[in-house]
Design a protein around this ligand. Structure first.
Ligand code: SF4
Length: 308
């Protein structure tokens, strides 16, 4: 549920934009609360439309679709601000977890015994716990490094497509500690660094060394690149989602074709295997969210555009 401060922020935005129809968007983890949240926002003269497609991140704003439905404002819950406005104004409402991370760290601190300089990172849901976790590490004689991200909002905050908060300070660190739910963000970091990466998992309440996964990721990366080099026909996929849209697809196609390969561009909203049925190609070149490469199983190999 939203706090009185959140409601206040939304009401101010409703007044500012004289909004009568609101598009409400929440991440999958908050779907069980979305009707209650809509009830908190609705009032006489203000209607809420729940945008129920999966929401992948702060970049995934359905402004074009919801404008067609007559919406005046998008209320996006669960991520920090990425855009002020797309086709519609957007108000981002951050959502924080109060899971006891320091308690898990106290129990598992031994996992970090060989490391003195620790780069710390987490996702938006746990960002408020950075001072507490950092303080606890310092009491164990660790030096903590927290970097500024390029796209994300807060120091130490990681997005799946933006691990810069730790990559920018990796030279100062002996290892990286990421705390949060799921492995996606930690693996995103592991892909981009040679440093040991540790995941403090809120699921099993343990700290995991991702050394094995890191090795597998590096190996997979080499294999993907070799498959791309061998491929004759490339399917370049791009999304219409405004925050993930790659406007250089034609340029990318021309560059690939100059190397003697054939390429075609397939545009869609959600990038999924069913949309490519019937098309003939050797490899998919993903120009949208980098997590698609890890999260979605396609029939043909897939490589992210920044890897080629
Ligand atoms: S592009 Fe992907 S990883 Fe980046 S913010 Fe969007 S959903 Fe998250």
């Amino acid at each position: 549920m939203l706090s009185p401060d959140d409601i206040n922020t939304i009401e101010k935005s409703i007044m500012k934009h004289n909004a009568k129809v609101i598009a409400l968007q929440v991440p999958e983890g908050l779907k069980t609360k979305v009707q209650a949240i809509a009830g908190q926002i609705e009032k006489p003269g203000v209607n809420v439309l729940i945008f129920a497609d999966p929401c992948f991140g702060a970049c995934d704003i359905p402004s074009i679709q919801m404008k067609s439905f007559g919406c005046d404002l998008i209320v996006h819950i669960g991520h920090s601000e990425m855009f002020k406005k797309q086709s519609l104004p957007i108000v981002y409402i951050e959502y924080f977890s109060d899971t006891d991370i320091a308690g898990i760290l106290k129990k598992e601190i031994n996992q970090l015994k060989n490391y003195k300089n620790i780069a710390l990172a987490t996702s938006i849901q746990h960002i408020k716990q950075i001072p507490k976790v950092s303080g606890l590490l310092k009491t164990h004689q660790k030096k903590v490094h927290i970097g500024k991200p390029t796209t994300a909002k807060y120091p130490g905050q990681i997005l799946g497509c933006d691990p810069s908060a730790v990559i920018s300070i990796q030279k100062k660190a002996d290892c990286i500690l990421y705390f949060g739910t799921g492995r996606f963000h930690a693996l995103g970091i592991a892909k981009k660094t040679e440093l040991p990466v540790f995941l403090l998992s809120l699921e099993d309440k343990k700290i995991h060394n991702l050394k094995k996964e890191q090795f597998t990721l590096q190996k997979k990366k080499i294999i993907r690149k070799a498959k791309f080099d061998d491929a004759k026909v490339i399917c370049i996929v791009a999304t219409t989602k405004p925050g993930q849209m790659n406007r250089h697809v034609v340029e990318i196609k021309n560059k690939i074709e100059k190397k003697g390969k054939r390429a075609f561009i397939a545009i869609m909203d959600v990038i999924k295997p069913e949309n490519l049925l019937g098309m003939d190609y050797d490899i998919i070149l993903n120009t949208a969210c980098p997590r698609i490469e890890e999260d979605v199983v396609f029939k043909k190999p897939i490589i992210n555009v920044e890897e080629i």
